[in-house]
Design a protein around this ligand. Structure first.
Ligand code: CO
Length: 301
């Protein structure tokens, strides 16, 4: 990592932090999820004075949904007081990403679960600063969550952050493992524990609103080709929301569906289905990004 890259990470962190602070004040029960998402996504760009771009669609996963839900353009869902809302967002500058998440619950019935995830994040960050082994970071996270009476979700993990790469290696486990690899100086990472009263394991649901470019190759269908062009030029390999492309494409909905199916079939793009715990259970998440640079740990946001 060059000094300039570190500065970009830090600036992306400052902008993301401002966005988080604003979102924490603005989000209230009764609001539409779509409005919440659009406002956060706009804030990353405006609070960053045009310097920052969205690293991925804002994830607004509720209750048993742990990750990868973003409202579609016709989503009518309204945030309820009893909902446990995970807000996972990220901004980037020249591809240097700050990925961060927090959890809100307005009737405070799940405060303990939220605290468990937040505390696990703090514990993970503490030992990550000493360039701990990956398995030990997982152990600290799992022990913290277990000691609060919840389960740590075993198949969701923290990750490295590469330039224009939201999830690069290594993956940072949320449970104890025997992985002896260590975090390295000159790299960026995100730690993201999930606490739950469910089984501690997420499964893919049927709905996908988030996609990313996978292996671009020539496709025959004209609409699929157009869609691929828009994706490659606007988002590169970063994740995007279907509602973003809809706005840019101005293609009738049925043609867009065919185009999308064609790109999926050709493995040009990949989907990120909503990841959920057992129905009726609840998930809380906390996440921060940091860089190890110049001999010290700098938490971005
Ligand atoms: Co992340």
């Amino acid at each position: 990592m060059e000094k300039k890259d570190a500065e970009n990470y830090i600036l992306a962190g400052k902008i993301t932090k401002k966005t988080v602070e604003k979102a924490k004040k603005a989000i209230k029960p009764g609001q539409k999820l779509l409005e919440i998402a659009l406002s956060i996504e706009k804030n990353i760009e405006t609070l960053g004075e045009g310097k920052a771009k969205l690293a991925f669609p804002v994830n607004l996963s509720i209750n048993e949904n742990a990750a990868h839900f973003t409202p579609a353009s016709d989503c009518k869902d309204i945030l309820k007081e009893s909902d446990v809302l995970k807000v996972d967002l990220g901004g980037h500058i020249d591809g240097f990403i700050c990925d961060t998440a927090f959890t809100l619950n307005f009737d405070n019935k799940h405060s303990k679960m939220i605290e468990a995830a937040e505390l696990a994040l703090e514990e993970g960050l503490k030992i990550a600063a000493d360039k701990a082994e990956l398995g030990k970071i997982g152990e600290a996270i799992e022990n913290t969550i277990t000691s609060k009476g919840f389960k740590s979700i075993q198949n969701l993990s923290g990750h490295g952050l590469g330039q224009y790469e939201q999830h690069s290696s290594p993956s940072i486990p949320n449970i104890a493992t025997s992985n002896p690899s260590q975090l390295e100086e000159g790299h960026a990472y995100a730690i993201e524990p999930f606490a739950t009263d469910g089984e501690g394991y997420v499964r893919e649901g049927s709905q996908s609103e988030i996609f990313s470019l996978d292996k671009p190759k020539p496709v025959r269908n004209m609409h699929a080709r157009k869609l691929l062009e828009v994706i490659a030029s606007e988002y590169g390999e970063l994740p995007f929301a279907l509602r973003w492309v809809e706005a840019k494409l101005k293609m009738p909905e049925f043609q867009q569906k065919i185009a999308l199916r064609e790109l999926m079939r050709a493995n040009c793009i990949r989907a990120y289905p909503v990841l959920h715990e057992e129905p009726g259970k609840t998930v809380a998440q906390a996440e921060k990004s940091f860089i190890l640079f110049d001999g010290k740990t700098t938490v971005l946001c």
